[in-house]
Design a protein. Structure first.
Length: 313
């Protein structure tokens, strides 16, 4: 493979489900994974910042696995390169860190291969890797995404981001996605399924029309949150009480353990969510996030440009 110019890939994080939109609704947020990829005489990977301290820097690394998968699909071998990664997306906290890595890997490989795949084709591949399209769709396209996945093909519609602030309460406890999936029931009654889908319909309509009064009911999920209450300390209290402190809607972000609240008054909601965790003696970080309307982007860098975290966005 001919020597190529260094480039960067910047991918936003995401919050998914948003309550009742289980495995189908996602929203990009202003936290980012950045990759800088340069030619090298051997395969190397470096990380910057504390967020990626525990990330594998060998063949088990998710980004490299995805890139190798992309090259295998084209019957080619991934060339030696230097991959430098930095991120301010909390790992394994329900804010799309793995989805961002998957999108970054497919996007970077696509660039190296000469852009053989369209964004829609990248969506199909990223969805197969992740298993559902809500997080990867939000990271790839940006904004709000409404998706569907039948196990073979992902469908996606993109909508504008709402003019809301997101308070993200991130308890510093581990919760594996596999564990969060394990507690879900295999079947729902017809009545529960109808109620759950009607809530998801209302949630989607509220986001598209800006009817924030409907947001609270629409985010009142029946598909996954009732079964995950015991896994996340303070979740039930925040789902029930955040509205009294200025939240327009509250939900578990993805599989958790992060809890999000949409609001026009982030200070009051932040104080409330922080108090809940303090009363439970659970250490937590409270972030103020904004919906982000751009998806993954690729740009050339100069050899001398050793970018600082998230600079030049």
């Amino acid at each position: 493979m001919d020597r190529w110019k260094p480039f960067e890939v910047v991918v936003p994080g995401s919050t998914a489900n948003l309550g009742s939109g289980f495995d189908s609704l996602g929203m990009a947020v202003d936290r980012f994974l950045r990759l800088r990829i340069s030619p090298s005489d051997r395969m190397r990977m470096k990380t910057r910042g504390g967020v990626l301290e525990q990330v594998d820097l060998d063949d088990n690394n998710l980004i490299l696995r995805v890139m190798r998968e992309a090259f295998r699909e084209k019957g080619r071998r991934l060339p030696p390169l230097l991959l430098e990664a930095e991120s301010d997306i909390p790992l394994m906290r329900g804010l799309g860190s793995s989805a961002a890595a998957i999108v970054a890997g497919w996007t970077a490989a696509n660039r190296l291969l000469g852009n053989p795949w369209s964004r829609e084709e990248l969506l199909q591949r990223a969805t197969r890797t992740e298993g559902h399209p809500d997080n990867v769709g939000a990271s790839l396209y940006g904004g709000v995404v409404i998706t569907s996945w039948d196990g073979r093909h992902a469908h996606l519609l993109q909508a504008e981001t709402p003019p809301l602030t997101i308070v993200a309460a991130v308890p510093l406890v581990s919760l594996a996605t596999s564990e969060a999936r394990h507690v879900l029931p295999e079947h729902l009654t017809h009545g529960e399924a109808v109620l759950g889908s009607s809530r998801a319909n209302l949630l989607t309509a509220a986001l598209l029309t800006g009817n924030w009064e409907a947001l609270r009911v629409g985010m009142n999920d029946r598909f996954h949150q009732p079964y995950r209450l015991s896994l996340v300390p303070g979740l039930q209290e925040m789902l029930e009480g955040a509205y009294r402190h200025g939240a327009l809607g509250a939900a578990l972000s993805g599989a958790g353990p992060t809890v999000i609240a949409f609001t026009l008054d982030p200070e009051s909601v932040s104080e409330y969510m922080e108090d809940v965790f303090q009363n439970l003696s659970v250490p937590a970080d409270i972030f103020i996030l904004r919906p982000y309307d751009r998806g993954a982007v690729v740009g050339l860098t100069n050899e001398s440009d050793r970018s600082t975290l998230l600079g030049n966005l």
